[in-house]
Write a protein that binds this ligand. Structure first.
Ligand SMILES: C[S@@+](CC[C@H](N)C(=O)[O-])C[C@H]1O[C@@H](n2cnc3c(N)ncnc32)[C@H](O)[C@@H]1O
Length: 215
């Protein structure tokens, strides 16, 4: 009896305090990512590209993020982790119910649910309807629709904001063009209000297009 009372008291006193929440959140996310290291199976970004996304959001202090193509949540976790520090929020869209459910469970287990609004929807329909504004958009869904996604979000991107896109490879087969993403990269390069490039350090062909600030 005395033992169980003491056990209860020590358990209560070791519960995380609200003030500790964000310090503990980092530990929780790191532990989750370590557990998942060899378990991502659903076209998820490589770990290093997750780190690049995290760095971009944090460096620019982005707060209003949109992801097109949640899958089971690997990139969403990197983006939302950075947003937990900028006090931002991620809206992420997935069309496949199974992957959407798995992503929800992963966000929960990583401790990041409060920074994420996950939507089960066809992004072709939902993206044009979203109100914005956004300061960070990550496109990682159906490749042949990238240019359409970009055209739908460009009016909603704030100055200084970024459109990042995955699998935008420079083909080395002599045919030119950029992977399976159609004319997306060329389209972004042609827009004078954006600075567009592919990050050399990315393993998965991560392009970034920064909307210039008007000075
Ligand atoms: C490459 S995976 C995304 C990987 C994810 N960003 C990650 O790193 O964990 C692409 C995802 O886009 C989803 N997708 C494809 N077309 C879509 C659409 N029209 N609307 C919403 N999601 C779509 C697929 O079901 C798939 O789960």
């Amino acid at each position: 009896m005395v033992f169980s009372l003491l056990f209860c008291l020590s358990s209560v006193s070791s519960l995380p305090q609200i003030a500790d929440k964000y310090r503990n959140l980092d530990d929780g996310v790191r532990a989750f990512l370590a557990k998942m290291e060899y378990r991502w199976r659903d076209m998820n970004v490589p770990e290093t590209d997750g780190e690049l996304l995290y760095d971009i959001v944090l460096e620019h202090k982005y707060r209003k993020a949109l992801e097109i193509g949640t899958s089971t949540g690997r990139s969403g976790i990197s983006i939302a982790w950075a947003l937990s520090k900028t006090r931002g929020k991620l809206t992420t869209i997935e069309i496949d119910p199974g992957r959407y459910e798995e992503a929800l469970a992963n966000f929960q287990e990583a401790g990041l649910s409060e920074f994420i609004e996950a939507r089960l929807a066809d992004a072709h329909e939902l993206v044009p309807e979203l109100e914005g504004p956004f300061d960070f958009v990550f496109i990682d869904a159906d490749k042949d629709w990238y240019t359409n996604y970009a055209q739908a979000v460009i009016p909603k991107i704030e100055a200084g904001g970024c459109i990042a896109a995955h699998n935008v490879y420079e083909r080395r087969d002599g045919w030119g063009g950029y992977g399976g993403t159609g004319g997306f990269f060329e389209h972004m390069k042609s827009l004078p209000q954006f600075e567009t490039r592919i990050l050399a350090e990315s393993r998965g062909g991560l392009s970034v297009s920064y909307k210039k600030k008007i000075s």
